[in-house]
Write a protein that binds this ligand. Structure first.
Ligand code: PXP
Length: 247
């Protein structure tokens, strides 16, 4: 029997809608509490350097009010580490960040910054935060994450999700193969494997079916679907799609 697959709901884009008008509505904390009720196993929020969606006060409120784990997504900067050390979330997921990008485009280059990242994560680990590194499904990156002592990697599913969305089936198969191989390789090194970025009801199945994958983090599609089904309905439908695919 494969371990239960956890669903982390990313609520960034509730804040995107709020910020489009200023003011307080819709409230990302309310969305997070509703996601918790709907069966989310964790909440992910990305505090970007430019604060385009989640803000410092959102992160503090999430930490205070949630009873499920909070995954604090952030760039590896001194400012973010100070904030994470003050917030002490369950997990910190390090991602690369470019100011001009629309979303997190690539994975962290762990192989090239191994020494710096090892030093960077040490105080976070000492503070009890579980460290996850967001990497492309690439052998060098997975191996480097293991080498610097991260317990978790999150494999970037963006190329897979884009191929699905654009109906490029041969590319989709190649990208799926990379995720399959790197989930197995990471697991063989003792890493806990998460996957995220761009997943939908259609594309989630083959990833949810991978026995070594322990958690999926899904945001934009779920928040969009909540316009039609409500957040509760969208999360329950995703949960059902994940469960149907799980061996
Ligand atoms: N995981 C990570 C590390 C991410 O950076 C993101 C996007 O912020 C997600 C998961 C969620 O991706 P999406 O919003 O496309 O579902």
């Amino acid at each position: 029997m494969t371990d239960k697959l956890r669903l982390g709901v990313n609520i960034d884009h509730v804040a995107t809608v709020r910020n489009a008008r200023g003011g307080d509505n819709p409230d990302p904390l309310r969305a997070a509490l509703l996601a918790q009720e709907a069966g989310a196993d964790g909440i992910t929020a990305h505090l970007r350097e430019d604060r385009r969606h989640i803000r410092d006060a959102d992160m503090a409120a999430l930490k205070e009010k949630l009873s499920i784990p909070l995954n604090f997504e952030m760039a590896a900067t001194a400012e973010m580490r100070d904030l994470a050390l003050r917030t002490t979330p369950h997990a910190v997921c390090l991602v690369p960040e470019k100011r001009e990008e629309r979303t997190t485009e690539g994975g962290l280059d762990v192989a090239r910054q191994a020494h710096e990242l090892a030093d960077y994560i040490a105080p976070l680990r000492d503070a009890g935060c579980r460290i996850s590194l967001f990497v492309t499904p690439d052998r060098d990156q997975v191996e480097a994450a293991h080498r610097i002592g991260a317990p978790v990697i999150e494999l970037h599913a963006g190329a897979y999700a884009d191929a699905w969305a654009e109906g490029r089936w041969a590319d989709r198969d190649v990208e799926q193969g990379r995720l399959v191989d790197m989930a197995a390789y990471g697991h063989s090194l003792g890493l806990e494997i998460h996957v995220g970025h761009g997943l939908t009801y259609d594309s989630v199945g083959p990833i949810a079916a991978l026995p070594h994958v322990r958690e999926l983090n899904i945001g934009h599609f779920l928040i969009g679907e909540s316009i039609f089904l409500g957040l509760d309905g969208a999360i329950r439908k995703m949960r059902a799609a994940m469960d149907a695919a799980r061996p």
